[in-house]
Design a protein around this ligand. Structure first.
Ligand SMILES: *Cc1c(COP(=O)(O)O)cnc(C)c1O
Length: 360
């Protein structure tokens, strides 16, 4: 069996050890004679799985005790509506920073519910940078300020958490979840879909400070009400059980290799390898502003759409798959999430060098 290096932006690679454990436990989980896919979400076995997933996440991310961890469905995109419904209920104002499609979709959804304002945007340069922010840009009576921490499509990331003054900061961390240490206490809420760095699709994790809960609008559907899920320990309805189980295995894997310090070291080494090559290449160039470059998503181009297509096609023949850029930007994008080994990035760089010498 030949496994490829999969550079997909999501769903994406999972650690091989995790897939092997899942395969070995598929028919009989820990001697209970059932697969995790088949068991009741109220069973003792599943209770242990979801509780240890939460405990591991708290330990790895150093999540303060006054934060709730919610295991939900609906993808990150459902939270675009859940966030205003749960929190845009004081002044009815919320301030958004528009750094790409995901931030913009969240902003558009919030406009359905109240006075959502775009306080800054990097649209003028195809979202290739993170705008400079200062606290006076945020309305100090806003119910929250919102950022998309890592911009999956454009390959930018906030290397510093912005100062929003007294305004609670919320962040979509879908594509940088668990990629390096993050000071959760600086945020009122962080959340993300699991399919980039944590698990298969189907799970969305919300980490929210407890005192912010309980202010949802009356019209909030129960399934979007964070307080209801928090009070039910994420078992208000059937959670995505199997995905939570894989999430637990991934968290165990992360802990076993040395936690976020170690994964951060590995991710920095992987990104450096690729960016260093892009900076010296005469054929390829990275499209994100160097000071805002993402560790996880690396978009690049040759400047010639036909050559880009040829590259993507030939890379695939070399076992380097899903390198086509997002349809809104074209070119290429290598997503190098936690589970991508450095050998995969090295194989990509080697192939890019070969392609460069054959095509220039
Ligand atoms: C992938 C992604 C989303 C959308 O996630 P879904 O789970 O498909 O709704 C939102 N935000 C960011 C930053 C993403 O990378």
């Amino acid at each position: 069996m030949a496994r490829v290096y999969n550079f997909s932006a999501g769903p994406s690679m999972l650690p091989e050890e995790v897939l092997k454990t899942a395969a070995a436990e598929m028919l009989d989980y820990h001697g209970c004679g059932q697969s995790v896919m088949e068991m009741s979400h109220r069973s003792k076995e599943f209770d242990e799985i979801i509780k240890s997933a939460e405990a591991l996440l708290r330990e790895l991310m150093n999540i303060p005790e006054n934060y709730k961890v919610l295991f939900l469905q609906g993808g990150a995109s459902t939270q675009f509506a859940a966030i205003p419904l749960n929190f845009m209920n004081g002044s009815g104002k919320a301030d958004y920073v528009i750094t790409g499609n995901w931030a913009n979709k969240a902003f558009q959804e919030a406009q359905l519910y109240g006075d959502a304002k775009a306080v800054a945007s990097s649209k003028d340069k195809t979202y290739s940078y993170i705008p400079k922010l200062s606290r006076d840009m945020f309305r100090q009576d806003a119910d929250y300020a919102y950022i998309c921490m890592n911009n999956t499509i454009y390959g930018t990331v906030y290397h510093e958490i912005p100062d929003t003054g007294d305004v609670e900061l919320f962040a979509d961390i879908s594509s940088c979840f668990l990629s390096e240490p993050l000071d959760v206490s600086r945020f009122g809420l962080v959340y993300g879909g699991a399919q980039k760095n944590i698990a298969p699709a189907g799970l969305t994790i919300v980490i929210v400070r407890e005192d912010l809960l309980g202010k949802a609008r009356d019209i909030t559907p129960s399934m979007l009400n964070y307080k209801i899920h928090a009070d039910a320990d994420s078992l208000y309805n059937t959670p995505p059980c199997y995905t939570i189980y894989i999430c637990k295995l991934v968290l165990e894997w992360l802990k076993s290799i040395g936690g976020l310090e170690e994964i951060s070291r590995r991710n920095h080494a992987k990104a450096k390898l690729l960016y260093d090559f892009l900076d010296e290449s005469k054929l390829f160039r990275g499209t994100a502003a160097p000071e805002d470059r993402s560790l996880m998503n690396v978009p690049f181009v040759t400047g010639d759409a036909d050559l880009d297509a040829k590259f993507v096609k030939e890379a695939k023949e070399h076992g380097l798959v899903n390198l086509k850029g997002h349809r809104s930007v074209g070119g290429m994008r290598a997503s190098i999430y936690n589970a991508m080994p450095i050998e995969g990035v090295q194989a990509l760089v080697d192939f890019m060098k070969q392609f460069e010498s054959e095509n220039s």
